[in-house]
Design a protein around this ligand. Structure first.
Ligand SMILES: [Zn+2]
Length: 363
C-alpha cells in the first residue's frame, strides 16, 4: 500500500481537532491527557513520516502511562504541613496513581530501579493497561455526546489501536505544539483539582513536566569518562563542575537517559540553549555513543541509571528531520546559528559493520 503525507488542509484539521478535544472533551481524570501524550510520544519513537497508519500495542501505551505518571506521583511539597500526592481524578484518586504510589513506596522512588525487576514492572504495567483499555481509550474521542474520531480507529476492544493514516505524520510534525497544549491543559486540570490543598501559587508545571536537573548530577562522572574530560561542543578540557546537557533539548523531547546527555561547559551549554546542535556536534555525539558504547553502558548500568542508544538516535533522527522540514537553524558556537543542511542524515546513518566491534577486546 502506498501512503502519502496528509495535505496542508488535513494537517490544519488535525490541529483543530486536537484543540477541540482539549477544549470540549469531558475530563474527570487526567487519563485522557496522558493518552494523547503517550500516542504523540509513541508516534515519535515508533512511527515514520510516510503518512501510514501505525498500530500500537495497548501495553506500550500503558508503559508510557506509568512513565508519565511516575514523576507526578512523587509527594508534592505543598508548603507548610505534609507533602501530598496530587489528585488526578475528581473524587477518589485515579487508580493508576494509587498503583504507582504503592510502587514508589516499595522502591525508593527510582523508576529505573523499579523497572529492573521484570516481574514488578510487568505487574504495574498490566494494572495500567487494564485501566487504559477500559477507561480513556474508548472514551477519548468523544466530545460532549459527539464522536470525534480522528486519532485512531476505535472499533473493537482488542489489544491494539491503530493510528489513522496521516495521524502519525501530524503527531511527529507538530509534536512540540501538541505536547505543549496537552501539558498546559493537564497542569490546569491538576491545579483545579488540587486548588484547596495547594493554597498559593506553585510551579505545578515544573513539578509535573519540568526537567529533573538535580538527578542529572549522577551522570556526570560517567559522561566525563566517555568524553575524556572534554566538552562535547568545543572540545576543550572541562572543569569537574561541568554541566550535564540534554543533546536533543528537553523542550523538544523529554528524554532523561544517558545516551541523550552530554557534558559541556556552562557557557557552551547556555549558548546552545534549546537549539539543536549543528551537524559537527551531532557527529561528535553519535561517535561518542557508538565508539564508547560499551563503556557508557557499563557506567550507566553500574550506577543504576537509564540509557537507550537506539531510542536516543531515533529521537535525534526525528528531531533533525523536523527541523530540516521547517528550514530551522542549528547552533554552532557562541551566538552563531546556521541553517541545518542535509548533512545531518549522514551523521546518523547506520554504522558500517567494520566499526561495530572496534572497541571489542582482541581474541
Ligand atoms: Zn565547551
Amino acid at each position: 500500500m502506498h501512503w502519502s503525507p496528509p495535505t496542508p488542509e488535513e494537517q490544519v484539521r488535525f490541529l483543530r481537532n486536537v484543540q477541540r478535544l482539549l477544549a470540549e472533551g469531558l475530563f474527570t481524570a487526567s487519563y485522557k491527557f496522558a493518552l494523547v501524550h503517550a500516542l504523540a510520544d509513541l508516534a515519535v519513537l515508533k512511527g515514520d513520516d510516510s503518512g501510514a497508519p501505525l498500530p500500537i500495542d495497548t501495553r506500550e501505551i500503558a508503559a508510557r502511562f506509568v512513565e508519565l505518571y511516575w514523576r507526578q506521583t512523587r509527594p508534592f511539597p505543598a508548603g507548610g504541613a505534609a507533602e501530598v500526592v496530587l489528585l488526578q481524578n475528581a473524587g477518589r484518586q485515579a487508580a493508576i496513581v494509587s498503583h504507582i504510589a504503592a510502587a514508589q513506596a516499595a522502591s525508593g522512588g527510582s523508576l529505573f530501579r523499579f523497572r529492573q525487576s521484570a516481574e514488578r514492572w510487568g505487574g504495574l504495567v498490566a494494572e495500567a493497561e487494564r485501566v487504559v483499555r477500559t477507561m480513556p481509550l474508548w472514551k477519548l474521542q468523544t466530545v460532549g455526546r459527539e464522536p470525534l474520531v480522528f486519532l485512531y480507529a476505535n472499533t473493537g476492544r482488542g489489544r491494539t489501536v491503530t493510528l489513522l493514516p496521516g495521524v502519525t505524520y501530524c503527531l511527529r510534525a507538530f509534536y512540540e505544539l501538541v505536547r505543549d497544549l496537552i501539558e498546559a491543559a493537564w497542569v490546569r486540570f491538576v491545579q483545579r483539582l488540587n486548588a484547596e490543598r495547594l493554597g498559593g501559587i506553585v510551579d505545578l508545571g515544573g513539578f509535573l513536566f519540568g526537567e529533573g536537573r538535580t538527578s542529572l548530577e549522577e551522570y556526570r562522572p560517567i559522561l566525563f569518562a566517555v568524553q575524556d574530560g572534554r566538552c562535547l561542543y568545543c572540545g576543550d578540557q572541562l572543569p569537574p563542575s561541568a554541566q550535564v546537557d540534554h543533546f536533543v533539548p528537553w523542550t523538544r523531547y523529554p528524554a532523561d537517559q544517558g545516551h541523550n546527555l552530554v557534558l559541556a561547559h556552562d557557557a557552551c551549554n547556555a549558548a546552545k540553549s534549546d537549539f539543536l546542535a549543528a551537524e559537527r556536534h551531532l557527529a561528535s555525539w553519535v561517535r561518542r555513543n557508538r565508539m564508547r558504547r560499551a563503556e557508557l553502558e557499563a557506567g550507566l548500568a553500574a550506577a543504576g541509571l537509564p540509557g537507550d542508544g537506539p531510542a536516543a538516535e531515533q529521537i535525534a533522527r526525528w528531531s533533525y528531520r523536523q527541523t530540516a522540514a521547517a528550514n530551522g537553524q542549528v547552533w554552532v558556537s557562541g551566538k552563531e546559528l546556521k541553517p541545518l543542511t542535509a548533512n545531518w542524515e549522514e551523521c546518523l546513518a547506520a554504522m558500517p559493520p567494520e566499526h561495530e566491534h572496534q572497541n571489542a577486546p582482541p581474541d
